[in-house]
Design a protein around this ligand. Structure first.
Ligand code: DGJ
Length: 736
C-alpha cells in the first residue's frame, strides 16, 4: 500500500495490491479525478487521462490562462454554478446570497494509519501499517472555507474510506446546505445499479436496474437510515455476477437521513454522491467552526459480488465493530417478545427461562414491558424503572434468579422515545421534537425525544446507568420504533433548526459511546422496529442488530440474503419463532426455522413451554449444533450461492479461513411435482482437499473440493426414502 505524490504533475496515486485511485490538480487549481479501479502501474505522468476539452459549443468556460469548462470534467468534489451543471457535492450559502464555491488545492498531508472522526462512527486501524491516509487541503479564496478531503487506503482489499471536513477560516458566517461524504466521477455509465430497499418486515431486498442518463437515487428523510432504503449502493458491470466481474460498493457509515445518488450526464459519465441528505439540512458554520461529514467507504473488486461482500464483511466485522464482543462467538439467546408480548409476569418469565436453560440456551432477553406503566404500547416509554407489580425485586431480583438458572440476563430499552402517558413526558413535555402550535404526530403512540439536546441525552443516560450499574445486565437491545416528524428542537435558535436531524443522530451516537464506555462488557444489539437502522453507523457501537421484525424463515431467506451484501453474518440477529409465524401465518418445519436462523447470531423467540417434548429435544440438538459451529458461521467466509429472489430454492455457505471446513445451507421454497435433478456448485473450497460431506448424521461421501465446486453437490437425493420433497424443506451440509 502506498500513496505517491508526483510534485511535477501534482498527481496523487493511492494504491495497494488490489486498487488504484488517482487524482490530479486541474489547471484551475481544483481537484480532478483520473481513475478508480483495479491496480495499475504507478507512472510519472497520467495527464493522458485528463479530458479537458469542452464537449459542445454550448459548454460555458471559465476564464483563465487556459479556458476550462467543468461541465464534463471528472472532479473530486464538484460544485455547481461555475460551468458544472451536475448535482454538486457541496452547497454553501454565503452572506451575499451566493452559493458558488471554488475549492483550490493548497497543500496535503500523508499520514500512516487513520485519524479518528470526532463524534462519528468510522472504520479504524489497530496498527499504523494497516492503512495510510491522504488529506488534501483545499481552500476557496473568496468565502474562505477550507476543505479537508480525507482518503484512507487500507493495505488489504480494495477499500478506500473517505470523509470531508469543512472549516470556516473567514470572518463571516456561512450555511452548509449540502456536505456530501463522497463524490465519485466515473468515466462511463455501463453499470447496473443495485439498491437494498423494502419496508417494515421486508427490509433490504436487492433491486437492480441499469444506469440511465439522469438521476437515480435512494434516500431517507425519516431520521433513521430506514426500512425503506439502506445507505448502501452497488454499481456492477452488467456481466458481473456473484463470482466474477467488476463491482463497486458504496456504503455510508451513518444512521440518519442519507442520500445515495448516481447522475449520468449527456456524455455518459457517472457522478456518485453519498452522504447526509441535503433535504432539511442547513448547518450554520461560524468563523472558526468546523463540520465533519460522516465516513463513506468504497470497495472495488473485479471478482464479483461475493468478493465485494466479503471485503465489506471483513472490514466491518474487524475494523468498524469494536469492543470485547467483536471477536467473540455470540450467545444463543431467548427473547420473550413473540412468546409473551406485553402479557407476562415474573413467574411466566422464569418458567420460560427454565425451559430455555434446559435446552442449553445461554442468555435470556427480557423485551418490552418491564418498566413504568408499560402494559401496552400506549404508556410508559421514558420511565426506565422496573414495574414493581411485574418484577417485585426489580431488574436485579429477576436477573439474579435467571443467573441462578445458569443463564445471562439481557434487557430491552427504547431510549429515544416517550409516551404521552409517562412520568417523563408529564415532567418534561418540552423534551420532545415538536413544533409549538402545531399538531404532534404520534407513531406507535409515542413521541421522539429531542436527542439533539445534551440535557435530554444526559437524563436518559442516568436512568439507564441506574439499571446497568450493578452488572446483572449483560446484553442490551436498543430499539427505536418510529420515524421522526415535526423535527424542531426547543434547544436551538431558528437559524440552526436545519441541524436538528444530524444533531439528533450525534446525540444517539453520544449516548451509545457513553454506555459502551461505561459498560464495556455489555453486548449491545441495535434494533429499530426490526431493521430500520441496520446500518454501519450502529455497527460501530453494537456489533449485532435485529435484522427484521419478520421472523418467518422463508421471508428471512430474502432479508438475510439481501443484508449479506454489505453486512457480516455476525451482525445479523436471527431467531427461531413460532409456527404458524406471527407475521405471515406460514407454517414451516422447526428444522428449517433453525437452518435459516443459524446464519446469524441465533436465538429463539417463542414460548418453549407450548412445544412438545419432541420439539424441545430437537431444540436441544439445534443449540448443540450452533455451539459447535457458530465460530465458523459467524466468522468464516460467507458466499451467496442461489438467490431466493429468482427461484424456488436458495443456498449459501460459509468456509473456514483454512478451507478445511464449510457449512452449506440449502433451502427449498415451494416444491414441484416430479422435480428435476439438482446440483449445487459450491465455491471457496480447497480444490485438492478431500471433504467428507454429511447431512446431519448421514454421510454422503468423500469428495474433492474441485468435484464439489465443478460437478456440484447433488441436492436432489431422496428425502426420507422417497423422491418427494416438501415445501419449506431445508438441509445443512457439513464439509470436513
Ligand atoms: C420492535 C422490535 O423490533 C421487536 O423485536 C420488539 O422489541 C418490539 N419492538 C417491542 O416493542
Amino acid at each position: 500500500m502506498s500513496i505517491l505524490y508526483n510534485e511535477k504533475n501534482q498527481t496523487f496515486h493511492l494504491f495497494n495490491d488490489t486498487i488504484s485511485y488517482i487524482m490530479t490538480v486541474l489547471p484551475n487549481g481544483q481537484m480532478g479525478q483520473l481513475y478508480f479501479g483495479k491496480k495499475i502501474h504507478p507512472r510519472e505522468d497520467y495527464s493522458y487521462l485528463l479530458e479537458l476539452n469542452p464537449r459542445s459549443m454550448a459548454s460555458c468556460v471559465l476564464d483563465g490562462e487556459r479556458p476550462l469548462s467543468l461541465e464534463h470534467v471528472k472532479q473530486e468534489y464538484g460544485v455547481y454554478g461555475s460551468s458544472d451543471y451536475r448535482f454538486p457535492a457541496t452547497e454553501i450559502l454565503q452572506e451575499n446570497g451566493s452559493r458558488i464555491s471554488d475549492f483550490r488545492y493548497q497543500d496535503h498531508r500523508i499520514t500512516p494509519g487513520k485519524p479518528k472522526l470526532s463524534g462519528l462512527p468510522a472504520t479504524y486501524t489497530e496498527a499504523e501499517d494497516e492503512a495510510e491516509t491522504l488529506t488534501l487541503i483545499l481552500k476557496d479564496p473568496v468565502n474562505e472555507i477550507e476543505l479537508e478531503l480525507c482518503y484512507t487506503i487500507f493495505s488489504q482489499g480494495g477499500i478506500l474510506a473517505r470523509s470531508v471536513r469543512f472549516s470556516n477560516r473567514g470572518t463571516s458566517t456561512v450555511h452548509l446546505l449540502k456536505a456530501m461524504s463522497l463524490c465519485m466521477d466515473l468515466p462511463d455509465c455501463d453499470y447496473d445499479w443495485i439498491q437494498f430497499s423494502g419496508a417494515w418486515a421486508r427490509e433490504r431486498h436487492p433491486k437492480m436496474r441499469h444506469l440511465e442518463q439522469g438521476i437515480q437515487a435512494i434516500s431517507s428523510m425519516r431520521g433513521h437510515s430506514s426500512h425503506e432504503h439502506n445507505p448502501f449502493l452497488i454499481l456492477k458491470r452488467p456481466s458481473a455476477d456473484e463470482f466474477q466481474g467488476e463491482v463497486l460498493g458504496f456504503s455510508l457509515i451513518y444512521s440518519g437521513n442519507f442520500l445515495a445518488q448516481a447522475e449520468v450526464d449527456t456524455h455518459d459519465t457517472t457522478r456518485v454522491l453519498l452522504g447526509i441528505n441535503p433535504e432539511w439540512f442547513d448547518w450554520k458554520l461560524q468563523p472558526g467552526e468546523t463540520f465533519q461529514t460522516p465516513e463513506a467507504v468504497m470497495v472495488y473488486t473485479d471478482r464479483g459480488l461475493n468478493h465485494m461482500s466479503q471485503t465489506f464483511h471483513r472490514l466491518y466485522q474487524k475494523r468498524l465493530a469494536r469492543g470485547v464482543w467483536r471477536d467473540r462467538e455470540r450467545p444463543i439467546l431467548i427473547n420473550n417478545w413473540e412468546a409473551t408480548y406485553f402479557d407476562f409476569t415474573e413467574e411466566k418469565i422464569l418458567k420460560l427461562a427454565k425451559t430455555a436453560t434446559e435446552a442449553g440456551i445461554e442468555l435470556f432477553v427480557l423485551d418490552d414491558g418491564w418498566f413504568g406503566k408499560r402494559l401496552s404500547d400506549r404508556s410508559g416509554l421514558g420511565d426506565w424503572k422496573a414495574n414493581p407489580d411485574r418484577l417485585p425485586q426489580g431488574i436485579n431480583g429477576l436477573a439474579e434468579k435467571i443467573e441462578d438458572l445458569g443463564m445471562k440476563f439481557g434487557l430491552w430499552f427504547e431510549p429515544e422515545m416517550t409516551n404521552e402517558d409517562s412520568d417523563l413526558y408529564r415532567q418534561h413535555p418540552d423534551w420532545i421534537l415538536s413544533v409549538p402550535g402545531r399538531a404532534k404526530s404520534q407513531g406507535r403512540h409515542q413521541y421522539v425525544l429531542d436527542f439533539s439536546r445534551s440535557d435530554v441525552v444526559d437524563a436518559i443516560f442516568q436512568m439507564m446507568r441506574e439499571i446497568l450499574k450493578d452488572g446483572h445486565v449483560s446484553y442490551v437491545k436498543w430499539d427505536m420504533n418510529r420515524s421522526i416528524t415535526e423535527c424542531l428542537s426547543a434547544g436551538l435558535p431558528a437559524d440552526r433548526q436545519g441541524e436538528v436531524f444530524h444533531r439528533y443522530i450525534l446525540g444517539v451516537y453520544g449516548l451509545y459511546e457513553r454506555l459502551t464506555t461505561a459498560f464495556p462488557n455489555v453486548l449491545f444489539e441495535s434494533c429499530a422496529s426490526g431493521g430500520a437502522r441496520f446500518d454501519p453507523g450502529l455497527l460501530y457501537y453494537a456489533p449485532q442488530g435485529w435484522t427484521s421484525d419478520d421472523t418467518d424463515a422463508i421471508e428471512r431467506l430474502k432479508i438475510q440474503y439481501g443484508t449479506s451484501y454489505c453486512y457480516p453474518i455476525s451482525s445479523m440477529g436471527s431467531h427461531v419463532s413460532a409456527s404458524p409465524n406471527h407475521q405471515v401465518g406460514r407454517s414451516t418445519p422447526l428444522s428449517t426455522r433453525a437452518n435459516v436462523a443459524f446464519f446469524g447470531t441465533f436465538g429463539y423467540e417463542l414460548d418453549l413451554n407450548r412445544l412438545s417434548s419432541d420439539e424441545l429435544e430437537e431444540i436441544k440438538e439445534q443449540v448443540k449444533f450452533m455451539k459447535s459451529w457458530r465460530g465458523l458461521i459467524q466468522f468464516g467466509t460467507f458466499y451467496r450461492l442461489q438467490s431466493p429472489f429468482t427461484g424456488e430454492s436458495a443456498s449459501w455457505m460459509t468456509v473456514s479461513s483454512d478451507r478445511s471446513q464449510a457449512l452449506v445451507g440449502w433451502y427449498r421454497i415451494l416444491n414441484t411435482a416430479n422435480p428435476p435433478y439438482t446440483r449445487l456448485k459450491l465455491t471457496g473450497l480447497d480444490p485438492d482437499r478431500l471433504y467428507t460431506v454429511r447431512e446431519g448424521k448421514r454421510i454422503l461421501g468423500d469428495f474433492y473440493g474441485d468435484e464439489l465446486m465443478n460437478v456440484g453437490l447433488i441436492t436432489s437425493q431422496k428425502v426420507k426414502d422417497t423422491n418427494v420433497g416438501f415445501d419449506f424443506e431445508s438441509k445443512i451440509y457439513i464439509l470436513q
